[in-house]
Design a protein around this ligand. Structure first.
Ligand SMILES: *Cc1c(COP(=O)(O)O)cnc(C)c1O
Length: 389
């Protein structure tokens, strides 16, 4: 039926400037550890309003390093959302800590602070709130809970670079770590900006910053001021068990260019989401995304809830019409690995499961033109009409 091109749910946008910058980096003397890494880190920290940024190989590596720098390990429990990519929870297992979950708020799909409160045990050491779809979590409430229970907070902002929220009359950029110890980002091509693979951690703590740098590179220190002994000019020292989670110089060349385009990318995402809202708001079959007062979403995803029509049928019909609709996410606690290992059962996080049963993500990415947007809207309207009882 469809001869029109497939529209994926997300896609990168590289322009000539991006490609020239990568090309120039490839022709420089540095492929791996060059000057563009620190330059990208400085630009990212500035854009997010944080003191420090550490760029790494991908968002999962950023989560792993943040969890290690936080000191999470065996015996510790850390609460995250079941509605996220598996990496938000897996990073805890890598450290020997135990991922715990709390339910989501049925309106924003972010962690519900009241549910978090109920899930805290004496073993709980931290929180990993996920700014789902680009909407900042309720950091005021989560911050309060964290202070009361002495929990360390790592924000998973893989969806939310450029997002912000008002709190006590102040505008807080996601990544500024105003209510957390660290924030992580991903630069995978479906995210807002890309460096191919890539990720980063931001923090305002010089202690965490130094730890992240050490762990990114095998736990090896070279700086004479930081060595435990000194055998000679060749000498370096492995002080912790770290990893090779380095990013390359030419990836950071791309990251720097993309960061300059972030504001324009977000503006386009907002325009697309506004067009979707406008088209779908009055349709009783659908629930459009709801943004909390005071929150500014950077719209990584546009998720509809299908109230009265079958999600599987709608998914098939939309795919047949060439739309790369998707589902974000299968609740992590019901992934076979997690269900088996921790004994989770359907019904354990009812809001997350209800959300999952009805969720469908529509295409949203800056390079979509107005015709693409109209095509998505018409396809949804047609599918809803056909499937309505
Ligand atoms: C993409 C993503 C990650 C992992 O990032 P990668 O760069 O793919 O490793 C982590 N958390 C969330 C919520 C994500 O969407």
């Amino acid at each position: 039926m469809s001869i029109q091109p497939f529209i994926p749910y997300g896609h990168q946008w590289l322009d000539d400037g991006d490609i020239s910058a990568v090309s120039a980096a490839l022709q420089s003397d540095w492929l791996t550890q060059g000057p563009l890494i620190a330059e990208f880190e400085r630009a990212l920290a500035r854009r997010c309003g944080a003191k420090f940024a550490v760029a790494v190989a991908n968002g999962t590596a950023a989560l792993h390093l943040a969890a290690l720098a936080a000191g999470f390990g065996p015996g510790d429990e850390v609460i995250t959302s079941p509605i996220t990519f598996v990496a938000s929870a897996n990073c805890l297992l890598y450290t020997g800590a135990c991922p715990g979950f709390a339910d989501i708020d049925p309106v924003t799909y972010c962690l519900d602070p009241a549910s978090v409160r109920r899930r805290i045990t004496p073993a709980t050491r931290g929180l990993i709130p996920v700014h789902f779809a680009g909407q900042p979590c309720d950091m005021s409430e989560l911050g309060k809970i964290a202070r009361e229970h002495e929990l360390l907070v790592i924000e998973d902002a893989a969806h939310a670079i450029g997002a912000s929220y008002q709190l006590n009359g102040q505008n807080n950029l996601v990544g500024s770590c105003a209510h957390s110890a660290m924030t992580i980002f991903s630069f995978h091509p479906v995210k807002h900006i890309t460096s191919g693979e890539g990720g980063a951690v931001t923090t305002n703590s010089s202690e965490l910053y130094e730890k992240l740098l050490l762990l990114r590179n095998h736990g090896i220190a070279r700086d004479p001021g930081r060595l435990e002994r000194y055998d000679g000019p060749w000498y370096y020292e492995m002080q912790e068990l770290g990893f090779n989670y380095r990013i390359t110089d030419f990836q950071c060349a791309l990251g720097l260019q993309q960061l300059e385009r972030l504001t324009a990318f977000i503006e386009r995402r907002l325009a697309i989401s506004a067009a979707y809202d406008e088209a779908f708001r009055a349709m009783p079959e659908l629930i459009i995304p709801v943004i909390r007062p005071g929150a500014f979403s950077s719209y990584h995803l546009y998720v509809l809830q299908l109230r009265t029509i079958d999600r599987a049928q709608a998914f098939d019909q939309l795919r047949e019409q060439g739309l790369g609709v998707n589902v974000h996410y299968i609740p992590v606690h019901l992934q076979p690995y997690y269900a088996r290992k921790f004994g989770y059962l359907p019904g354990d996080f009812p809001e997350a499961e209800r959300y999952y049963a009805r969720a469908i993500s529509l295409p949203i990415f800056p390079r979509m033109n107005d015709d693409d947007v109209r095509r998505v809207i018409r396809a949804i309207q047609r599918t809803v009409a056909e499937l309505s009882p």
